[in-house]
Design a protein around this ligand. Sequence first.
Ligand SMILES: Cc1ncc(COP(=O)(O)O)c(C=O)c1O
Length: 376
Amino acid sequence: MEDIARIRENFPALEHSAYLDTATTGPFHKRVHAAATRGYDQRLKEGLSIPEYKEWARFIDDARVDVASVFKAKAEELAYTKNASEGINLAARLMNLSPGDNVVIPDISFPSNAYALLNLQREGVRVKWARSIHGAVPFEEITRQVDERTRAVFLCHVEHASGFRHDLERIGAFCRGRNLFFHVDCTQSIMALRIDVKASNIDMMSSAVYKWPCCPLGVGFFYCSARLLENAIPESVGWFGMEDRWDMPQPPIDIHIPGTARRFETGSPNFAGIFALAEAARIYRELGPKNIEERVLRLNTILSERLLGAGIGVLGPFQDDNRSGILYARITDHERVSASLAAHGVRVNLGHGMARISTHYFNTEDEIDRLVSALQ
Ligand SMILES: Cc1ncc(COP(=O)(O)O)c(C=O)c1O
């Protein structure tokens, strides 16, 4: 990875604090900010008529290649969404479950995943919880919950509540072997840790992009594997997701959905947000997914070692394969720690007797030292 000091110049927010809170919201990269602003500037100065709207639509269609390649998918398998929760709900509905079917999900998953499944209880679908132990959810616990009526496993690649990273390839292979749907929420890993949806046999994947990709709120994506697309009928449809979105027919009319995941998009998208996402995908490719992942994990290991060295307890620490960009440190006096962090200019997320600390590629060892001093 190129000189980290130069990389940091792209993030003005890093000048003001040791920003170790990407798991909450990532800071803006100047290029991502410029990409988002471009759309707003155009409207401010010129307005927006059909020819420009069509140009924007073409741009985001072309950008599907870049965004989907982040997780080794095809452009046709990507739908833009407004957030992770929208994708998770799509996934829950697309499975067409029957009364008596069940879905296995870790008990520490980000709640939207559980809510989307609990919402199916009205139709007789059961939710089975894989129990976490001190923030870890062992593979064996997930498989132990699977029975003859299980139809799917839903999980978050990285657990927001502990930083535990699941072995997607192992779980994906298990699901494929049992003919179970496999849905992954990658909000806490995308553009920090590498994901290969094909190698991991992931059927559907949902994400927000305001955390590790450092993009705006109100935009996300949903991946639907080509294998599933064939029979994936969207519950909600609209003009923007039609085969020919510019055809405005009068009755008698029929629905013509495209053969791609674009069918899940209904009306006008968050163009500015998607411009930003496309730029973030380019930056990710330029910096190198492997470089980013290695740095995220290395900083997290250093963080863990330094906290433990200073006598500060951490959740886990998990085995190398289960580590991520998130680490939880135990704190005793919330108010004192909060004041000390502010005095040291360190940003993390505090709550429930813990500090959630995120290490992204732009962070440094000096920032980790500052944090450890603040927590002592
Ligand atoms: C794993 C995970 N999924 C989803 C979300 C929320 O995403 P959205 O607001 O886009 O639905 C979060 C937010 O913290 C998260 O950690």
